[in-house]
Design a protein around this ligand. Structure first.
Ligand SMILES: NC(=O)c1ccc[n+]([C@@H]2O[C@H](COP(=O)([O-])OP(=O)(O)OC[C@H]3O[C@@H](n4cnc5c(N)ncnc54)[C@H](O)[C@@H]3O)[C@@H](O)[C@H]2O)c1
Length: 274
């Protein structure tokens, strides 16, 4: 996610430093961005000149202090471990200019869990991109109880300047807005199937042809992985203790059988090897 967010910001005209602890990841990032941008130029999404000048604004480094000391805005997208993120926010807080906003792209860690590792909790929020960040329009701007109006406004303005569409959350809730709605839809789809109301195929067809979704909820689960869906439900249940948050019986069965979707050759649908 980090590399694509970096490119989105560079395309928006900003000078961007992409930082990682692992130099191999930076090399991979450079190569992946090169080939993605080549494809976008071929398709006419950007011109060659736009892609080239965005690359000129992008720097890749494993050195944190120097780039942090001149940053106006930092978007963190490291591994989904709260301790790693807290440690990084504390380091960024020590080196970044006082006015700099420190945002996290985390999908599940709300920013108040990292804000108190800094001395600037009012300048911390979630800035949540969707995958693939180069393509997806929406960015959720999530305020924690201490996020200042100025931080929220800066983040909304930045989102617009990088040609994305902000969706503001005035309260920190797990899952944010888009994924909460997606998960509710997915749960209802599974319930309708378990209750014998309709087949997997027909529920997907209803979502595509009546609701205009590009993909049905079962097709989408097969793409993103039933194992991922299972873990998300388990995490929600562990947090809430509410049995309604447990994964559905049929999802547990599929998880235990290793039917994870496209990646395992079988999920809600079969994917015979070519
Ligand atoms: N993958 C998605 O669909 C998606 C969507 C939205 C948000 N996010 C969020 O983006 C963040 C990153 O997710 P991802 O899928 O890009 O993960 P990823 O595993 O692909 O990338 C994580 C990066 O963090 C680096 N890293 C690991 N340990 C580190 C450390 N101690 N310090 C600094 N860097 C470290 C790794 O080298 C790697 O390059 C997560 O917070 C996730 O919730 C992911």
């Amino acid at each position: 996610m980090g590399r694509q967010i970096g490119m989105v910001c560079a395309l928006g005209g900003y000078s961007v430093t992409v930082w990682d602890i692992d130099p191999d990841m930076l090399e991979q990032a450079r190569e992946e961005l090169r080939s993605r941008m080549d494809r976008r130029v071929e398709k006419g999404t950007e011109t060659r000149a736009q892609a080239d000048s965005a690359f000129e604004r992008l720097t890749f480094t494993t050195e944190l202090e120097g780039p942090a000391s001149t940053a106006d805005y930092v978007i963190e997208a490291v591994v989904e471990k709260v301790d790693v993120k807290r440690d990084l926010f504390a380091r960024l807080d020590r080196h970044a200019p006082e006015h700099a906003v420190l945002a996290t792209n985390s999908s599940t860690i709300v920013s108040s869990r990292v804000a108190d590792a800094t001395n600037r909790p009012d300048r911390v929020c979630n800035m949540h991109f969707f995958n693939p960040a180069l393509v997806m329009q929406c960015v959720e701007v999530v305020r924690n109880p201490q996020t200042s109006d100025a931080t929220a406004e800066t983040t909304i303005e930045l989102t617009r300047r990088i040609n994305r569409t902000p969706v503001v959350l005035n309260k920190e809730i797990t899952g944010f807005v888009a994924n909460r709605i997606l998960h509710a839809l997915r749960d209802e789809a599974i319930r309708l199937y378990e209750d014998g109301v309709s087949s997997v195929e027909d529920i997907d067809t209803a979502c595509r042809t009546a609701l205009g979704h590009p993909m049905g909820p079962f097709e989408l689960q097969d793409l993103t992985g039933l194992d991922v869906g299972y873990y998300v439900k388990m995490a929600r249940f562990e947090e809430s203790g509410d049995p309604a948050d447990k994964p559905a019986r049929i999802l547990v069965e599929k998880f235990e059988k290793g039917e994870f979707g496209r990646k395992s050759g079988k999920g809600w649908y079969d994917y015979p090897k070519k």
